[in-house]
Design a protein around this ligand. Structure first.
Ligand code: PGA
Length: 258
């Protein structure tokens, strides 16, 4: 059975104090009862330690937004996967389109990061997605295929249980224009078929594929109703507790029996 997975990517928002306040409010709202889905929050690096303290008695898991692919050394300004493991992260977001766009992350870099996250025993949330011009040119599947193949190059079948793929069309991120449930479903189905061809149908069936891009309380349910949409990677709406909570609640009664 695939359970939905809702993760909040806080991006470059919140001071440590602000992160503590937001995480506390969310933890209070969720309580300690089993939630309808897996939940994670990804605060900025400097707030990870404090956020972990706040959520430790709740079902919320801790995620980081990025990492470096080396263990340690002279990489000024970087944070390694082992540091994130030590601070209590279960997940690391890798290859977000903002990292690709503003920080020059290539598929090869994303691949190194994915492998490092997995070698540390954490889960990688691998982001893929096409730009508007790529969608308009009809090359969405080609772009997504290249990104998925690139990110997973050399990743073993046994490691795939620790991989989540987030399909995030770049044109939908932070724009208020979410992909329709059908548009998301088409690409999610394509990714699952691709992973089946790269590994096995068992790996593909167990793979969690999140959708990301302007997910809100008002559109989450329709997206989650799609058989291949296994949750959401949420940016802007994860900074508002009520909105994020509504997205989590939208996962009720949706799970895929394999
Ligand atoms: P958004 O961002 O929900 O603000 O569109 C999603 C993301 O970038 O992960």
């Amino acid at each position: 059975m695939r359970k939905k997975f809702v993760a909040g990517n806080w991006k470059m928002n919140k001071t440590v104090a602000g992160a503590i306040a937001l995480a506390s409010e969310l933890a209070r709202k969720i309580g300690s009862d089993a939630p309808p889905c897996e939940i994670a929050i990804a605060p900025p690096f400097i707030a990870l330690d404090s956020a972990r303290e706040v959520i430790k008695k709740s079902p919320i898991k801790l995620a980081a937004q990025n990492c470096h692919y080396e263990n340690d050394g002279a990489y000024t300004g970087e944070i390694s996967a082992s540091m994130l493991k030590a601070v209590g992260c279960d997940y690391v977001i890798v290859g977000h389109s903002e990292r690709r766009q503003y920080f020059g992350e290539t598929d090869a870099i994303v691949n190194k990061k994915v492998k490092k996250v997995l070698s540390e025993g954490m889960n990688a949330i691998v982001c893929v997605g096409e730009t508007l011009s790529e969608r308009e040119a009809g090359v969405t599947e080609k772009v997504v295929e290249t990104q998925v193949r690139g990110a997973l190059n050399g990743v073993l079948e046994s490691e795939m249980k620790s991989v989540v793929i987030a399909y995030e069309p770049v044109w939908a991120i932070g724009t208020g224009k979410n992909a329709t449930p059908e548009q998301a479903e088409d690409v999610h189905r394509f990714i699952r078929q691709l992973v089946a061809s790269l590994y096995s149908s068992a790996v593909a069936e167990n793979l969690t594929i999140q959708y990301g891009g302007s997910v809100k309380g008002s559109n989450a349910k329709d997206l989650f109703a799609m058989p291949n949409v296994d949750g959401a990677l949420v940016g802007g709406a994860s900074l508002k507790v009520d909105e994020f909570y509504q997205i989590i609640q939208s996962a009720h009664n949706f799970f895929t029996t394999i």
